[in-house]
Design a binder for this molecule. Structure first.
Ligand code: NDP
Length: 306
């Protein structure tokens, strides 16, 4: 029987592992399809404290992994296929490695940024196409960028980028935003944000050059296509939390995010950290922070159980 199984190996899971290992809990981390999480998809990370110069996202998360391993964390590569959190003993089933029993579980499976699915967009992720304006916006100072989406994230991203970039083109597939009124008003009042309504991105240029040079936009009413020169494209069409195997076992909100209070979930002895329970901040540093919180909650829970 394990003391604690941590599902997910991004900054939240690895920080939880470092804390649990230092508390002699011998944590077991389950690494899924994308070991290291979303950070491994980014190139330069400039906003994680402690690094005067930018650090590569992959290098950062691998440093966390080595730190967790050196403290005594064990790692298993598999996918959770089911769980039973009903009793004092938590049961996790895996796609290939049978099952594990544990006294506690920390769910840190993250969220996946949604992309448009265009081959040219996929080819340029990390080379001018980004799913996180707060992470990558600073690389586009005084340049022209575009944002896709019409929700609060797209508004926030457009406003954030408008303070850095020269111009922001906001591309939305309808004539109306779904974002909150106050955010929409701010966007429409910003002098360097232009909205392209009723339009979708048909293609991102230029995969051959391995950099973004323009987006080809198509008006869905007229079918007309036009090219907008930009050096960065930010996709803000929502995130999908990776909660599928846990949805019946812990309370999730309508969008599928796990509902937590100080990282405690609705199931006793089960905790959640990082983007899987955070639709708003979604930063490596906040994920790491909640990973620490979850580990401290696990320690308290196990101490109380005796
Ligand atoms: P949303 O689901 O609210 O919005 C997604 C947007 O992307 C919609 O405008 C949608 O268009 C558009 N979209 C979806 N798929 C595609 C596609 N394939 N092609 C083009 N456009 C597409 O996601 P958000 O991330 O904006 O917000 C998620 C939740 O988090 C919301 O509840 C939001 O209010 C909240 N939030 C709150 C913040 C805050 O309070 N500060 C900040 C950020 C988010 P359409 O409208 O046509 O469906």
């Amino acid at each position: 029987m394990e003391n604690v199984v941590i599902v997910g190996s991004g900054p939240a899971g690895l920080t939880a592992a470092i804390y649990c290992a230092r508390a002699n809990l011998n944590p077991m981390v389950i690494e899924g399809q994308q070991p290291g999480g979303q950070l491994t998809q980014t190139t330069d990370v400039e906003n994680y404290p402690g690094f005067e110069d930018a650090i590569n996202g992959y290098d950062l998360v691998m440093a966390m992994r080595k730190q967790a391993e050196r403290m005594g964390t064990l790692f298993m590569m598999d996918q959770v296929s089911g769980c039973d959190f009903g009793g004092d003993v938590k049961r996790l089933s895996f796609a290939t490695n049978g099952e594990l029993l544990s006294r506690t579980v920390i769910i840190a499976t993250g969220a996946i940024a949604r992309y448009l699915g265009l081959p040219s967009e996929q080819a340029l992720i990390g080379h001018g196409v980004s799913g996180c304006a707060t992470c990558d916006g600073a690389f586009y100072r005084d340049q022209d960028v575009a944002v896709v989406g019409g929700g609060d994230t797209a508004m926030e991203d457009a406003l954030y980028l408008s303070r850095i970039a020269r111009t922001v083109t906001l591309i939305h597939r309808r004539r109306e935003f779904r974002a909150s009124k106050v955010m929409v008003e701010r966007v429409l009042a910003a002098p360097n944000i232009r909205v392209v309504w009723d339009s979708t991105v048909a293609e991102v240029l230029d995969p051959q050059k391995k950099e973004v040079t323009a987006v080809v936009v198509q008006n869905i009413k007229t079918g007309e296509r036009s090219e907008i020169p930009v050096s960065g494209l930010f996709i803000a069409i929502g995130h999908t939390p990776s909660t599928q195997p846990f949805r019946a076992a812990v309370t999730c909100d309508d969008a599928g995010y796990i509902v937590t209070q100080n990282t405690r979930t609705s199931a006793d002895g089960v905790f959640a950290a990082g983007d899987v329970q955070d639709p708003i901040y979604r930063q490596a540093v906040t994920a790491a922070g909640t990973g620490c919180m979850a580990a401290l909650e696990v320690e308290r829970y196990l101490a109380a159980k005796g």
